[in-house]
Design a protein around this ligand. Structure first.
Ligand SMILES: Nc1nc2c(ncn2[C@@H]2O[C@H](COP(=O)(O)OP(=O)(O)OP(=O)(O)O)[C@@H](O)[C@H]2O)c(=O)[nH]1
Length: 357
């Protein structure tokens, strides 16, 4: 069976790499061996053993130098270069499918470099069409204790969900510093979020009494996000202490079932749609080409043959047959006639071993 794939995505410093390290050791202790992939080309040290590391095939600093790029451009370019090898990556994971239980993937902290780049879509789509794939969105809990940063984080999660179209688990990390109960409550109880909003001095000025621009904006966004929350699995854990990882694995199994039930059908539908669109595009291009060359398409020929024949049609058909032309192509002769040289001196033009040039 294809191993479920977990793609860890999160803002810079949210603790993805530490989370990956803890997840790797947690799975090893449970005797569920994971296949580990690092897709962050700019990381200096990876604190876990990787089966595939992007840094082995692409040197991030060389990319910066050779293409004269800044740090983010170099990450995108490295991913672009790596995405050309994604079929090999998938082949390697597939080879190990009987030995590994999960495939876990670390991504660059600059989310936009991965999620909004063509290579990021190629990589996630290639993985998702081969393995049941789940997104783990890692959030730095202490950093989202204010309603505005919380909503910003949730909007980001929402955009990732709509971009990847894959089941998502929201992971509130660093719970050893701050418990994530407040965030879970905000996600389930709209009134408690309203209260937090009112008491947030940052959003309210004394005169407006909570009806300021930012206050009402966050308010309406939180209403819109209620629908989005219902599609998520929320887990709180600490990559530092290892708390909450059993819950995370339960959520993964739950999302894998969901993937097989809903997302797989949706993916198949999308692939089918893409194929149809591509076939249509090809046919359109071919028609244009035929028109440019002054040739008739099969459809046109058929409709012509349904029409009454006129003498001029007949003669042109005959001419075509006589010329040995069909659909504008020259049929090669079975036997090429021996070449004759009109003038023997023409032979001097040929390059042979005896000539000096
Ligand atoms: N207290 C606490 N600190 C954590 C936890 N997880 C990560 N950290 C710390 O958070 C900081 C960032 O962690 P990383 O794992 O490097 O974060 P990252 O998201 O991989 O960072 P980039 O790869 O740069 O995007 C480090 O100092 C970690 O020690 C946690 O569960 N609890």
């Amino acid at each position: 069976m294809a191993p479920p794939t977990i793609i860890c995505i999160g803002m810079a410093g949210s603790g993805k790499t530490t989370f990956m390290q803890r997840l790797n050791s947690h799975l090893h202790t449970k005797k569920n061996v994971p296949y580990v992939i690092n897709l962050d080309p700019a990381v200096l040290n990876v604190p876990f053993g990787c089966n595939i590391d992007i840094r082995d095939s692409i040197k991030y600093k060389k990319v910066m130098e050779n293409y004269n790029l800044g740090p983010n451009g170099a990450i995108v370019t490295s991913l672009n270069l790596f995405s050309t090898k994604i079929d090999q990556v998938i082949g390697l994971v597939e080879k190990k499918k009987d030995k590994v239980d999960y495939c876990i993937i670390d991504t660059p902290g600059q989310i936009e470099c991965f999620i909004w780049s063509a290579s990021g879509s190629i990589i996630t789509e290639a993985l998702a069409s081969t393995f049941p794939t789940v997104i783990a969105y890692i959030i730095d809990t202490p950093r989202c204790s204010s309603p505005t940063t919380f909503i910003s984080n949730m909007l980001y999660a929402c955009s990732i969900l709509y971009k990847t179209k894959l089941p998502m688990i929201v992971v509130f990390n660093k719970t050893d510093v701050r418990d994530a109960e407040f965030a879970k409550e905000w996600m389930t109880d709209f009134e408690s979020f309203q209260e937090a909003l009112k008491s947030n001095a940052e959003l309210n000025d004394e005169t407006s009494n909570g009806s300021g621009y930012m206050g009402s904006l966050v308010n309406s966004m939180s209403l819109m996000l209620e629908e989005f929350y219902s599609t998520l699995d929320v887990v709180s854990c600490s990559a530092y202490t290892g708390a909450g990882f059993d819950d995370f694995m339960k959520a993964v199994d739950n999302k894998v079932d969901e993937y097989n039930e809903f997302y797989l059908k949706e993916r198949e539908r999308i692939i089918e749609q893409k194929k149809e669109a591509e076939a249509k595009k090809k046919e359109k291009n071919l028609t244009h080409l035929m028109k440019d060359l002054g040739l008739k398409t099969k459809k046109e020929k058929k409709s012509d043959s349904d029409d009454v024949d006129v003498l001029s049609d007949l003669s042109s058909e005959e001419e075509e047959e006589d010329d040995g032309y069909e659909d504008g192509l020259v049929e090669p002769d079975d036997e090429e006639p021996e070449r004759e040289y009109t003038f023997p001196e023409d032979r001097n033009g040929e390059i042979n071993a005896n000539t000096n040039c």
